[in-house]
Write a protein that binds this ligand. Structure first.
Ligand code: NAP
Length: 230
């Protein structure tokens, strides 16, 4: 049961892991609410939001429902990454189980603009198949999305990762660029040019954080294999 705190001061759980979730936490705290942000714990050194933070899975929808009840949250906001589907499904189920309201704040996808040379695909496998022979490919994908490309040993891969991989990646020809994406399209364009990139592969994540690479590809007229969400 939601607590009897006045509506003006609520106890709110944010399912986070995005820049938008951090902004939201700061805004809700500013409005006087008590905010806890939940992170999955995937990133070694995450940027922490204001307010309380808890890290790690809940053990499925039932675990999340139990946590919501035990901690007496008034509401939950799903501000996770749009490709983080399981936690969003769990949030819907946990809200139904616990009766604690859920609000979804998932960012809209990017829309193709004049000059964009996108080929939209539905899966990682389709993205790997869409690459032409002997392409030099910039993979702007997380560690867990790379394996589909390993079979393309005719291509050269430049792979950007926030944290170095814990185990070797298994590509026959690749190099790593460690760090977060630049917010300046010129820097992204310089990176693509310096590595002789012929194709960019990324997911249609939406939001401003990863958009500089899309602008850079447009400026360079680079083909983009865009993995769309459902
Ligand atoms: P996912 O596939 O939807 O979730 C897998 C499991 O991880 C969930 O069942 C849940 O475990 C746990 N989990 C996910 N998000 C959580 C959260 N915010 N707090 C507590 N547990 C969480 O998620 P994912 O794609 O691996 O993404 C994990 C997190 O990274 C998300 O919070 C997301 O916002 C952030 N992120 C993801 C991406 C991406 O591309 N997927 C990009 C940027 C940031 P239990 O079932 O045990 O509760």
């Amino acid at each position: 049961m939601p607590s009897s705190r006045p509506a003006s001061r609520q106890k709110i759980l944010i399912l986070g892991g995005t820049a938008e979730a951090r902004l939201l936490a700061a805004q809700l705290i500013e409005e006087g609410h008590s905010v806890t942000t939940s992170l999955a714990g995937r990133t070694v050194d995450p940027v922490l939001p204001d307010g309380e933070v808890r890290i790690g899975g809940f053990g499925g929808a039932d675990g999340l429902a139990a946590y919501l009840r035990d901690e007496q949250f008034d509401r939950m906001i799903d501000a996770t990454h749009p490709f983080a589907r399981r936690i969003s499904e769990n949030a819907i189920k946990a809200s139904a189980i616990s009766g604690i309201p859920l609000e979804q704040r998932l960012r809209p996808r990017w829309q193709k603009q004049p000059g964009d040379r996108w080929k939209s695909v539905a899966t990682l496998e389709a993205a790997a198949e869409a690459l032409p022979q002997a392409a030099t490919v910039f993979l702007a994908l997380g560690r867990q999305y790379l394996d589909a490309f390993i079979g393309r040993d005719d291509c050269r891969f430049v792979i950007r990762m926030v944290d170095p991989p814990e185990t070797p990646l298994g590509f026959s020809d690749h190099m790593l660029v460690l760090g977060k994406p630049a917010s300046d399209p010129d820097r992204e364009a310089d990176l693509f040019t310096a590595h002789g990139i012929t194709h960019l592969v990324c997911r249609n994540s939406g939001g401003p954080a990863g958009y500089a690479k899309i602008i850079a590809a447009r400026r360079l007229a680079l083909p983009v294999i865009m993995i769309e969400r459902d």
